[in-house]
Ligand binder design. Structure first.
Ligand code: ADP
Ligand code: ZN
Ligand code: ZN
Length: 798
């Protein structure tokens, strides 16, 4: 037998499968979707079997044999193998990259694959017994001679395939108490009349029969000591187990199952449309303002899918994978939910993935890569906040989860729901054209009014002599909330702004020696850091240019705001959430839950607080500067600003107390700001579409961004130049080619960066031409040390 293998060889100019002979003893195990080691040139490289066939067009005697199998069961199924091929064409990546991105990270590393005994020794075939005498497993590579026997035993369930993943992070265990669920049994337990504590606990047990609860929580709730708990456990009233602690321990305190809410009229209409399309590959755009009840629709449609015996994928941006969100899913679907988020260790992620592969769960909630969940019987895919740029992967393969979702929906004949309060222009345009079906929720589910949004003209503040970063109105409102014991969220739109270090005498700004960008000041460590290459140094005492001692720190980083805030309201308790305070695992959740529990009056943060915050006591939101994203040199600047303002405003007044929002701006008349004030999406869409049409950007044109880097400026300029000439002579005359030009940040980590942009409406030669560029790159430029990256449909062109 022959295997077609996609090999991991970056320098080869051709991206196609190679034929390898399958050694006789490996034949019984080898399947498409397994990884192998194969000889390539004089090395051994990793590859994926994509197909198994009888014959090869090459001389079978000269075919090299597979060196080693790396999996016992395939890591990718037929669907995903097909999808990888499509992804390769769609995103112009190497097939090996497409295959690798679908495999959980834990499996990408070198973990040992092994066969584990799952029966008594004398139940398995006699020749196998010596292998399992000393240990309960054998390693894959030690078992080559007995593959076929192992395969037979695997089919009987006597032997299991396993991957030995050592947990890199020590898993925290918590003590769980599982109360017996039969009240009869509880009542039959004998307790002496003078054992007051035990009687008290038993009363609690009777009220909470069947519940599982963390022991520390139980001690608090029942007001008893640990020994009391143990004595009842000994009497059989409850059991103890150690469970892995999830990031949010609240999740473990037996989430109560909640049933569906009664849908509002508008929700019902949307639900009905989706329900009637459950077995069709149809894409819905669910456009509903924040708090309009989109999540409730997701939950109820998923419920329908589960009733059909099928599975569902629910994608959310990483940042909104908050415990709050997770709890809502666990409340509805209990153990049928797997959650994939970046806080899990590789091992934990692998465990979740395995549950999916073995169909032990029916719903997966996760960020971008959860779109590759190996479900076999998909009934629904949902992308919440579909406009989020995190759905697009930054490096190769530069895929968009939305495209992958639609591909899988066609494969499985199931619908996709794209949900957003502020859909991407592309999606909304498609809905307008009828490519997607538009579903609209215009009101908030609980009928709360939208928060009252005030735009503050900061130029006016300056004119009246207020030089602080808080307008008079916002400052008054903050003080007012403090008095009323209500909570405030302050949002700093940090992108584009960073705190830099400047010499006041000669105006020198401290720059990164490797990159063309200024260094960011970090007060906690008294250092300046480069956010692109990681370079850091201590803040100098004197200016390196003029030796002046007048060094100043500039900008409006969150730390700076925190200081100003301390002057404004010294009595306020402030929590800060930004890249610096959320570096540690779980820090994000800790800050959020502390705020939720009322341990602070003000939460101050960057975009990461724009989402998922749903606390009833937040009645004030302040956006310190709405302009920072607006003036970025990018065609999506206005769209991003509109989205961000809408998201942030949605944080206030989500419950009974009404919300108020102050948006401070130096360009308050800009349509992205004025229209976000009342969440007027349609007018914003119309106006922004007119801008896109005038400047020739998506959705009117498709865009490809091509970037080149090299250590030497002349070389990279020449490469870019040659490419542009090549594109001009190979693409249609109607296609526009912009550039080449130096990138906005012209040098990163000592590599110069150039780029060019292709804009087209219809370009039949595009894929071919891109493949050619890659071929030229691999044969000519790679060895000169250049890099090439091709981004089809980029989320930004900076
Ligand atoms: P979105 O996802 O659009 O922001 P959610 O689904 O989170 O909206 O709903 C916002 C709030 O309204 C939540 O607190 C939710 O429990 C509540 N809610 C949603 N649908 C209903 C309904 N049909 N009846 C009562 N409350 C609802
Ligand atoms: Zn100076
Ligand atoms: Zn740098």
């Amino acid at each position: 037998m022959i295997a077609e293998v996609i090999v991991d060889v970056a320098a080869h100019p051709i991206d196609r499968p190679f034929d390898y002979a399958i050694p006789k003893n490996v034949e019984v195990l080898a399947e498409p979707g397994m990884r192998v080691k194969v000889p390539f040139g004089n090395r051994k490289v990793l590859g994926f079997i994509t197909k198994i066939k009888e014959t090869s067009e090459f001389d079978p005697k000269r075919l090299k044999p597979i060196h080693e199998l790396m999996d016992v069961v395939p890591v990718l199924n037929e669907e995903l193998l097909k999808m990888a091929q499509w992804m390769k064409e769609q995103t112009v990546c190497f097939e090996i990259d497409a295959l690798q991105v679908m495999v959980p990270a834990a499996l990408r590393a070198k973990y040992e694959k092994r066969f584990v005994l799952n029966a008594a020794l004398d139940e398995i075939a006699a020749p196998l017994r010596p292998y399992f005498e000393k240990r309960s497993f054998i390693r894959l590579q030690d078992a080559v001679d007995v593959y076929s026997l192992l395969k037979q035993e695997m089919e009987k369930g006597n032997i299991l395939a396993d991957t030995d993943i050592q947990q890199q992070t020590a898993v925290k265990k918590v003590r769980m108490i599982h109360i017996a669920d039969s009240t009869e049994k509880l009542e039959s337990i004998d307790i002496r009349a003078n054992a007051k504590q035990q009687l008290k606990l038993m009363e609690y047990f009777l009220e909470n029969a069947g519940r599982s609860i963390e022991s520390s929580q139980l001690q608090k709730e029942a007001n008893v000591s640990l020994p009391t708990i143990y004595s009842l456990v000994e009497k059989g009233a409850a059991q103890i187990s150690n469970m892995e602690s999830y990031r949010d321990p609240k999740l473990l305190t037996a989430i109560e199952q909640k049933s569906s809410l009664k849908l509002t009229g508008a929700q019902q209409l949307a639900f009905d449309s989706i329900e009637s399309a459950l077995n069709t590959p149809k894409t819905f755009l669910l456009h509903g303002i924040t708090g309009s009840g989109k999540t409730e629709i997701y939950l109820q449609t998923i419920d329908q899918v589960l009733k059909q015996g099928k599975e569902a994928i629910m994608l959310v941006p990483e940042i909104s994978l908050t415990p709050q969100m997770t709890i809502r899913f666990k409340e509805r679907f209990g153990d049928q939910v797997a959650v994939l988020h970046s806080g899990l260790s590789a091992g934990e992620k692998y465990d979740e993935w395995r549950k999916i592969q073995r169909a032990e769960v029916k719903v997966v909630v996760g960020a971008r890569s959860a779109i590759f969940a190996p479900f076999q019987n998909l009934g629904l895919i949902i992308l919440d906040e579909e406009h989020e740029s995190s759905y697009k992967q930054d490096d190769s393969p530069r895929y968009h989860a939305r495209d992958m979702a639609i591909w899988r929906s066609e494969y499985h004949n199931c619908p996709v729901i794209l949900g957003s309060a502020t859909p991407s222009l592309e999606s909304y345009a498609r809905a307008q054209k009828g490519v997607y079906e538009l579903l609209v929720l215009e009101k908030r589910a609980k009928d709360q009014p939208l928060p009252d949004v005030h735009i503050v003209d900061m130029r006016e503040e300056l004119r009246t002599g207020n030089r602080s970063m808080f307008s008079v109105q916002l400052a008054d409102a903050i003080r007012d909330r403090l008095e009323k014991k209500q909570q405030t969220v302050l949002f700093l739109n940090k992108r584009g702004y960073s705190s830099f270090v400047l010499c006041r005498d000669c105006g020198t700004v401290m720059q990164c020696p490797n990159c063309d960008i200024s260094l960011t000041y970090h007060r906690s460590s008294e250092t300046m850091k480069c956010h692109y290459c990681g370079y850091d140094e201590r803040v100098p005492k004197t200016c390196p240019e003029c030796e002046s001692e007048h060094i100043r720190f500039f900008g409006t980083g969150t730390q700076k705001v925190e200081e100003e805030l301390a002057k404004l309201v010294p009595e306020a308790r402030v929590l800060r959430m930004d890249v610096d305070t959320t570096r540690n695992k779980g820090a994000h959740e800790k800050i959020l839950s502390a705020f939720g529990e009322g341990k602070a009056d003000i939460l101050l943060g960057t975009q990461m607080i724009a989402k998922g915050l749903d606390f009833p006591n937040i009645t004030l939101v302040g956006v310190l500067s709405a302009d920072t994203t607006l003036h970025l040199p990018d065609f999506r600047a206005a769209e991003k600003t509109y989205q961000l303002l809408t998201q942030v405003s949605g944080r206030a007044g989500r419950d009974i107390l009404p919300g108020m929002v102050f948006v401070q701006s130096y360009t308050p008349e800009h349509y992205a700001i004025t229209l976000a004030k009342d969440q007027l999406y349609e007018p914003f869409y119309e106006q922004e579409m007119a801008m896109r049409r005038a400047s020739g950007y998506p959705p009117y044109y498709y865009v490809v961004n091509i970037q080149f880097t090299h250590e030497d400026l002349m070389t990279v300029a020449e490469y870019a130049d040659q490419t542009v000439r090549y594109l001009k002579s190979h693409l249609s005359p109607n296609t526009l080619i912009i550039g080449p030009s130096a990138s906005l940040i012209a040098r990163v980590n000592n590599r110069y960066r150039y780029q060019c942009l292709i804009k087209y409406k219809k370009e039949p030669k595009l894929t071919d031409t891109m493949q050619q560029l890659i071929k030229i790159h691999r044969t000519e430029w790679l060895k000169k040390g250049a890099t090439l990256s091709i981004d089809m449909n980029p989320t930004s062109v900076m």
